[in-house]
Design a protein around this ligand. Structure first.
Ligand code: PEP
Ligand code: MG
Length: 293
């Protein structure tokens, strides 16, 4: 099996029936790209920008632009989806995330937090728009619950684009998408005027099953293949189809070869996985719809 996997890594992901699946990678830390070939994937499906805070504070616009540009350069023309800061919950950032919450997973995190710190979000959106000049960049916001929140993010992004144009700074107009990781968003996905959907199964599983993602005692109950979770994924994919926009899944679920058939069955044809899992996931895709072994 390992030689088959090694061979598949450099080839496009295809099902047994010959259908192409876009297979992208998740990037938590840009440094890891140095030892990775872009040829092995169709681009970056999720860049988590929390790493930017490792120095203690968010880098300025110019420094951020350089980091985002590096991701785009690595991808060499393949699409790159960068997520705005998803601080809070399992990703606390001292000085930014609230310290007095009884339950941070249900607290001010992700976009909720960014909207309370527009000065941080503005810099990030400016740097992203500038990095996206002439590049296939997409931007997405995490932990969206209600359409009004997404609208606020959109309004801020539009304002930033106007500002950049007024300043005569070169920039792109990246599509703005949303993570679907809160059941409320999955159930009403069609109501969000986003340019694409990306399903975050890690949080979607946690919020659907009421099992904290960092509590191993509940691992069995927190089953990504449970009918409730699969139903929410399928609904989101169907809503995206009706709206004529892309849907993908970037949670850890996509990195588990045993769960790949479930996701393909939901209609997904775009998955973003941990770089180390690319070969195994390609093999699972290859076997999908083929004769049982
Ligand atoms: C998710 O929730 O599935 C996801 C991709 O985001 P994170 O794991 O960073 O919360
Ligand atoms: Mg998440």
């Amino acid at each position: 099996e390992s030689s088959v996997i090694a061979e598949l890594i450099g080839r496009p992901a295809r099902t047994a029936a010959g259908e192409t699946v876009e297979l992208l990678i998740n990037v938590d830390e840009p440094g890891l790209l140095d030892s990775l070939s872009p040829e092995s994937c169709d681009g970056i499906g999720l860049a988590r920008t929390e790493f930017l805070f490792h120095g203690g504070r968010l880098p300025d616009e110019e420094a951020q632009r350089a980091v985002y540009r590096r991701l785009l350069d690595w991808a060499g023309g393949r699409p790159v989806t960068i997520r705005t800061l998803d601080a809070g919950g399992d990703k606390p950032i001292p000085g930014v995330t609230p310290e007095d919450e009884a339950n941070p997973f249900l607290g001010v995190r992700g976009l909720r937090l960014s909207l309370r710190h527009p000065e941080l979000l503005r810099v990030q959106l400016r740097a992203l728009a500038r990095a996206g000049a002439d590049r296939p960049l997409k931007v997405m916001v995490p932990m969206v619950t209600a359409p009004a929140e997404f609208e606020r993010a959109r309004a801020l992004f539009d304002a930033v684009l106007r500002e950049l144009a007024d300043e005569g700074l070169e920039h792109g107009r990246p599509p703005l998408g949303m993570m679907v990781e809160v059941p409320a968003a999955a159930l009403t996905a069609e109501r969000f005027a986003c340019d694409f959907y990306s399903i975050g199964s890690n949080d979607l599983v946690q919020y659907t099953t009421a099992c904290a993602r960092d509590n191993p005692a509940l691992a069995e109950l927190a089953d990504p293949a449970s009918p409730a979770v699969v139903e929410l994924i399928a609904r989101t994919v169907a809503a995206a189809g009706r709206r004529g926009v892309e849907a993908s899944l970037c949670g850890d679920m996509a990195s588990d070869p045993r769960l790949v058939p479930v996701l393909l069955e939901c209609g997904l044809r775009r998955l973003s996985v941990a770089p180390a899992q690319v070969g195994r996931v390609k093999l699972a895709i290859r076997r999908y719809g083929g004769a049982p072994e």
